[in-house]
Design a protein around this ligand. Structure first.
Ligand SMILES: Cc1cc2nc3c(=O)[nH]c(=O)nc-3n(C[C@H](O)[C@H](O)[C@H](O)COP(=O)(O)OP(=O)(O)OC[C@H]3O[C@@H](n4cnc5c(N)ncnc54)[C@H](O)[C@@H]3O)c2cc1C
Length: 395
């Protein structure tokens, strides 16, 4: 059945294109790439180039900037569709699609003129955001408004710009991006919510190097890496928003980010569910198909319910992100991912169990789905942290 949230022909056509891309480009290679030992070797430029050719990489750019102006609801649907094929590919694109939205909205006219055409015209251009540091992570999600919880990456004022020193880690697309949105502390003695600034940093900036590529247990088709800054000069023209007010960039221009993370893990759960239904319709035990056993049928009904609720929540939050003038609930910025990742974890483990012993065999595919689903228990904010963030908004 078509998703009832698909409201127009354009969205149907976009999703059909994405499904074709997943079937023809992603699905045939995902398992093989995932199994490579070297983390950087799991990433595929061929997939990125073909995503560009299919119009996916740039779809959130407005028409005037060369895209199709896909809104947050459409983008969430696209991300779910990509993640059904592979979570890592969905993450590579979700980061890029989200940051392309910000590049058009949070930046100055001059920044848009300098950066958007380069992004549009390079079929390999993917984007990254560097916030997390070894010492500062949940701190920024909550965020804590205390001087004891600053960023350790510092930007010091110098002639015509800023000198940045420090490091970030765990950054999605960290080693493959051409442009980074970077957060650094610009005011000593203040917390990160008051004393941090957001910068645009191109990949080839002197003083900026890539460190380790992290060896992750799942989501391996996306790479995560350390970003290292040693006296890295960034000109004043590349400050995004106001100096000392970098966090406002996140608040004002990132409303759909949590919904995109949620859509990513949802796609993995849908893939697990669809395989389990297929299996239950063909596997025979006790003289009848598994699907005819009440316990199996009710398990699948519960999975179906969790998927539907998670998707409805995601779509509500994504739609609200583009219609904030009609009322924005700040908990949409943290709770959809909590629900979707908890539901997905339950679904992937339940569906692998429906496969019995086969669910434990690598070639059946659940081993990868379980490792992938685990990623969003640990990323885009740990769920406990996001619940705390929501509670702070509520109470
Ligand atoms: C696959 C992946 C992709 C990522 N991509 C990016 C990216 O692109 N860009 C980026 O900037 N970051 C990225 N991250 C970082 C990610 O957002 C952080 O890892 C995450 O927010 C957790 O931070 P941490 O690992 O430092 O845990 P910590 O902050 O050290 O937290 C450890 C534990 O303590 C709990 N905790 C912390 N504070 C509190 C509190 N006040 N009350 C109760 N419990 C608390 C947490 O919930 C958690 O369970 C990524 C991480 C992963 C794993």
């Amino acid at each position: 059945m078509d998703n009832p949230f698909v409201i127009d022909e354009e969205q149907r056509a976009i999703l059909a294109t994405v499904r074709r891309f997943v079937d023809e480009v992603v699905a045939p290679v995902a398992a093989e790439l995932d199994r490579r030992d070297e983390p950087a070797a799991c990433f595929s430029w061929d997939i990125v180039e073909k995503a560009d050719a299919a119009g996916i990489r740039t779809m959130t750019l407005a028409e005037e900037h060369g895209g199709i102006g896909a809104g947050s609801l459409t983008t969430a649907m696209v991300i779910e569709e990509l993640a059904k094929g592979d979570m890592g590919v969905a993450v590579v694109m979700a980061q890029t699609l989200k940051l392309a939205q910000i590049l058009q909205t949070a930046t100055s006219e001059d920044q848009r003129r300098r950066y958007l055409p380069k992004f549009r015209d390079d079929p390999r251009a993917v984007l990254a955001i560097g916030i997390t540091e070894p010492e500062t992570a949940s701190n920024y999600f909550v965020p804590h408004r205390v001087p004891d919880a600053p960023f350790h990456t510092r930007a010091e004022k110098t002639d015509g710009g800023w000198k940045i020193n420090g490091m970030k880690h765990f950054i999605s697309n960290g080693n493959v991006a051409s442009l980074y949105l970077l957060f650094a502390q610009t005011e000593k003695g203040k917390g990160l919510a008051e004393g941090a600034t957001c910068f645009l940093v191109p990949r080839d900036t002197p003083g900026f190097t890539i460190g380790r590529v992290h060896d992750k247990m799942g989501e391996r088709l996306a790479n995560n890496a350390e970003l290292i800054f040693q006296d890295c000069f960034v000109p004043d023209e590349d400050v995004v928003g106001a100096v000392g007010n970098g966090f406002q960039v996140l608040v004002d221009f990132f409303p759909a980010s949590n919904a995109y993370a949620a859509a990513t893990v949802l796609g993995v759960a849908v893939a697990a569910y669809e395989r389990a239904v297929e299996w239950a319709k063909t596997r025979n035990q006790g003289g009848k198909l598994l699907i005819e056993h009440d316990g199996i049928a009710t398990d699948l009904a519960e999975c179906h319910m969790l998927l539907d609720v998670a998707r409805t929540y995601i779509h509500r939050a994504a739609w609200a992100a583009d219609n904030r003038e009609l009322g924005w609930d700040p908990t949409f910025g943290s709770l959809p991912k909590v629900f979707a990742s908890q539901a997905a974890w339950k679904i992937v483990t339940c569906c692998s169990e429906i496969h019995g012993g086969s669910g434990f065999m690598r070639d059946i595919g659940y081993e990868k789905l379980i490792r992938d689903a685990a990623a969003f228990l640990h990323s885009d904010g740990v769920n406990r942290t996001l619940l705390l963030k929501a509670a702070k908004h509520m109470f």
